[in-house]
Design a protein around this ligand. Structure first.
Ligand SMILES: CC(C)(COP(=O)(O)OP(=O)(O)OC[C@H]1O[C@@H](n2cnc3c(N)ncnc32)[C@H](O)[C@@H]1OP(=O)(O)O)[C@@H](O)C(=O)NCCC(=O)NCCSC(=O)C[C@@H](O)CCCCCCCCCCCCC(=O)O
Length: 718
């Protein structure tokens, strides 16, 4: 795990623990032994720590968290480095993160190649740097930088790290060779004063000012997360306490966070995000299927979604033909793309260079002929099967045979769309979430005839455009919208029965959702849900009237329709479930007129308003979604609960510190969740989504641990 060798007068400790050289127990033992050996070795006058392969250690081994800790701990290894009688040089490439940066900061010198990145990402795992990083970084960089870096987990490029004082020298050429030369040079220099422990925190007298600014920022930016606040507190103690007391304070905070549910959930989310990349479908998997190259693309439809998708592709440096049916729509799409790009530059999310390049890569067109040679097309027209089929039939005739044809449908079964082509194996769903340029989820959907090659292509495309792709099998609504359907229907039923939209939204926001379901409806547009309901009715061969109380045998609430009839479409009209300060406004306030609409709806239907508790609001929304999640698993629409959780985190901004709805259910206890679902099945009998799921029942009865749930997924998918 750590290879020891001597080159002239320099000992080289090469960490060899692929893929990221994580500082697991064996590596810690190897480093300890190596430092002790180097200190004793009479040939050796200085020591290098370096990573083999792609990186310097990228942190502690997260898989060891929660297991009994084994000595030596990282702090003990670090103390050995710090007090070593010979200078220790950290030679950094790749990602020097978390425990890796701790090791580097314990070392007497740090050199790095310019492509290296350093950081303390522990906060993203619900933790803080636990081996003194919060005490030593501030001594190097000052309090504001240390507070910001540690509470954000940001990876800092080597050059910036040098500016901050974290890196002593940026080097070029072969890192080991350069490090050997550097390590020889420092042999004659005094190095005891290089130990950060003896440095004074710059501007320590301004700690109150810095900490209060940092706390205000993190509480706003990372609302609900515990770790960022603790990170600021830990750094703060570096200025307020002695080094030893600060170390103790940091350790206490680390242990406190480590035991919290948030850390457990965030660490689960870390691995879940990686698990979903290991996709499988009948006939292929991430291991066997090769993606086709995507060098040119087209987006059909320049509306809000199409333009947002084009922004994603352009930002990744891909040329995009933007195709519309008339000049007016096309120009409005181009303007939208320009304004999204300009906004992203202003917010610092996209560089000016990227925006300028994107402008040259965008090719607006009205002609299908122009797209005949592109590698991949994404259709983003109106959510209507007939229109989509018409587009796909044209694409099939025009596009080259190898082109992958994607649809941004949010609900329609891929098989129904691909049937309009002679190449269903090349047709795949790429469902983006609004706003497409911002939300990270890319729900990729395969139909019965979609080839693994087409899937591999869109999974890779997802990564290229900086999304988190999750693969699901086609069905109506796929994964995300299928689960969202009971979640958002229950919200409206709760208001029908007596809750106010504000009460429902509050429960959701208290749980950690960034916006309650009624604010979401106002944002996405009440006219949109009105239209979707009509499409659903059409598919069911029926229509919606004032008297409609059931749709397809399921409970239906027409409150949304009453808001629509009054022209209250949400933010876009300045009023919807809430009142806004102006058309397109963002500040939602309760509106007596909206309350009146709700009251008269209830009266006209003889509904007697009742008091509804926050617990009922919570359970009816989240547990109905969880029940549907188990149905999705049971049917093999996805392979593992991680795919559901990641979809919620990146598609609906579900709080990462709760892990996702399925992980959350496992924490509550499946028996409890199942019992409550049974309760609501009795008390709310008219919704199919309350029929208790059999898989959930089985897992609950047998007390199956979360990690085993995937073994019970329908095998029909493979
Ligand atoms: C490094 C990356 C940026 C690389 O990204 P890339 O996209 O290239 O690759 P992947 O992300 O796909 O990863 C490949 C592969 O590797 C796995 N992996 C990655 N990182 C880790 C890791 N840190 N540990 C384990 N496994 C890891 C990943 O899962 C993939 O595996 P797969 O099977 O899917 O192929 C990127 O990977 C990345 O960002 N990684 C995480 C970096 C990170 O978060 N680092 C910080 C870790 S936390 C840490 O370092 C804590 C330390 O500060 C301090 C700990 C000291 C504790 C001492 C406390 C004292 C108190 C305790 C005393 C208790 C005793 C008592 O008193 O009772």
């Amino acid at each position: 795990m750590v290879d020891y060798s001597v080159n002239g007068s320099v000992a080289v400790l090469m960490v060899n623990n692929p893929p990221v050289n994580a500082l697991g127990h064996a590596v810690r033992v190897g480093l300890k032994t190596g430092i002790e050996r180097g200190a004793k070795d009479s040939r050796v006058r200085s020591i290098i720590i370096i990573g083999k392969g792609q990186t310097f250690p990228a942190g502690a081994d997260i898989r060891e968290f929660g297991k009994p800790s084994k000595e030596p701990w990282l702090t003990a290894v670090g103390n050995l480095i710090k007090t070593c009688s010979k200078p220790v040089v950290a030679a950094i490439h790749g990602t020097c993160l978390g425990g890796g940066l701790e090791i580097a900061l314990f070392s007497h010198y740090r050199i790095a190649v310019s492509s290296a990145r350093v950081g303390f990402p522990e906060v993203t795992l619900g933790l803080l740097p636990g081996a003194g990083g919060s005490q030593r970084l501030s001594r190097l960089t000052g309090l504001p930088v240390a507070m910001e870096m540690i509470s954000s987990g940001r990876h800092v490029p080597a050059r910036k790290a040098k500016e901050y004082g974290i890196i002593d020298e940026i080097v070029s050429g072969d890192l080991l060779k350069t490090a050997l030369k550097f390590a020889q040079e420092v042999q004659s220099r005094p190095f005891k004063d290089r130990c950060l422990r003896y440095k004074v925190v710059p501007n320590a007298d301004r700690v109150e000012e810095y900490a209060s600014a940092a706390l205000t920022q993190v509480k706003k930016k990372y609302k609900g997360f515990e770790a960022p606040v603790a990170c600021v507190q830990a750094v703060r103690s570096s200025a307020e306490l002695s080094y030893e007391e600060g170390m103790k304070r940091e350790r206490d905070l680390f242990l406190q966070l480590g035991q919290s549910g948030q850390a457990k959930a965030q660490q689960y989310a870390f691995f879940a995000e990686r698990a979903v990349t290991k996709w499988q479908m009948p006939g292929g998997s991430y291991k066997t299927a090769k993606p086709l190259p995507v060098r040119s693309t087209a987006v059909i439809g320049a509306g809000t979604m199409g333009s947002g998708i084009a922004v994603c592709l352009l930002s990744a440096g891909l040329p995009v033909y933007l195709l519309e049916q008339n000049e007016k729509f096309l120009q409005s799409g181009v303007k939208l793309i320009e304004s999204i790009m300009a906004g992203s530059v202003k917010l610092g999310k996209v560089s000016m260079e990227t925006a300028k390049r994107a402008a040259t890569l965008l090719k607006p067109t009205l002609s299908y002929d122009d797209i005949k040679d592109v590698d991949l097309v994404i259709e983003a027209v109106f959510e209507n099967l007939d229109i989509k089929k018409e587009v796909f039939s044209k694409l099939d005739k025009i596009c080259k045979p190898s082109a992958i044809l994607c649809t941004n449908t949010s609900t329609i079964d891929i098989n129904r769309i691909s049937s309009a082509t002679s190449r269903p194996e090349k047709v795949v769903g790429t469902h983006f979430f609004a706003p497409a340029y911002h939300m990270k989820l890319l729900e990729n959907i395969y139909g019965t005839k979609t080839s693994p090659e087409a899937v591999a292509t869109v999974m890779k495309l997802g990564k290229t455009i900086n999304k988190v792709p999750v693969l699901v099998k086609s069905c109506h609504g796929f994964l995300a919208n299928r689960m969202n359907a009971p979640f958002s229907s229950e919200a409206i039923f709760l208001v029908e029965e007596g809750a106010s939209p504000q009460e429902v939204d509050q429960v959701n926001e208290d749980f950690g959702m960034p916006m309650g379901p009624f604010k979401v409806r106002d944002l996405s547009g009440i006219d949109i849900s009105w239209r979707i309901n009509r499409e659903v009715a059409k598919v069911l061969g029926t229509s919606i009237t004032k008297e409609t109380r059931f749709l397809g045998g399921n409970r239906y609430c027409g409150l949304n329709d009453d808001f629509y009839d009054k022209g209250r479409y949400g933010r876009k009209t300045g009023k919807g479930w809430y009142l806004y300060e102006k058309v397109g406004g963002k500040t939602a306030v309760a509106d007596p007129e909206a309350e009146e609409i709700i009251n008269s709806y209830r009266q006209s239907r003889g509904i007697v308003k009742r008091k509804i508790t926050p617990q009922e609001i919570f359970e009816r929304q989240f547990y109905s979604a969880i029940n549907e999640g188990f149905r999705i698993l049971e049917e093999g629409i996805c392979n593992m609960p991680e795919e559901i959780d990641i979809s919620w985190i990146y598609g609906f901004s579900y709080p990462k510190y709760r892990g996702g709805p399925m992980f959350y259910a496992s924490q509550i206890g499946l028996q409890r969740v199942y019992d409550r679902i049974c309760h609501y099945h009795e008390t709310c009998p008219y919704s199919i989504h309350w029929v208790p799921n059999r898989l959930l029942k089985k897992l609950a009865e047998n007390n199956v641990p979360f990690t085993q749930w995937a073994n019970h997924v329908s095998k029909s998918k493979m």
